[in-house]
Design a binder for this molecule. Sequence first.
Ligand code: SF4
Length: 228
Amino acid sequence: MKIAELFFSIQGEGRLLGVPSAFVRTTGCPLRCVWCDSDYTSWHPQGQTMTVGQILSRLAEFPTRYVVVTGGEPLIAAGIEELCAGLRAHGYHITIETAGVVFKDVACDLASVSPKLSNSIPFAREGGRWAQRHDQLRLQLEVIQAFIDHSDYQLKFVLSRAEDIAEVQAILGSLRGVDPAKVLLMPQGTHREELDQRGAWLVELCKQQGFRYCPRLHIELFGNRRGT
Ligand code: SF4
């Protein structure tokens, strides 16, 4: 598998916030979010080839049973089924961080699905050449529904402005059986100042809407750095 990085940190987002976790970050993504914070897996993918056995050996060095498989988009990575089966066989708790544009029924304890709103469309990058393709692919309701139906899940939405809540509501209205307690709203930002600024209105929105506020704890603690 092509792996961008493999490291031990704390989970910075979602309902396992703060849990010491090992991260396996695959490289490659079919989307190109304008604010992507891991360009080295999407706009400019990098990585080294590792076998599942090598990945499991590295993970054994870390004192945790929580593994986060992330990307990029991990569900398009060749060998993802084998990796998740290996993690299950070794007794790990598996979180899969996905944009929810591809469904695969792999071993998973928590599907952390982050459907992309229109604020992610890259009009302002590389002359907008990815904008149309990104926009056509970014929202796959039947894929999101499959995660809801097959796994324990959380839906994590990234908001740039308060008006984005209308898109969140439209998406939730098109899905069946969503538990509002599993809906998280996260401020868009890769710097503490941006997160503080957006967090101020987003907290109020969460209070009004009854959804959970999702900080980006790794950015607050470490800044936007690889390996954290
Ligand atoms: S889905 Fe994730 S990895 Fe892919 S471009 Fe968007 S933010 Fe980056």
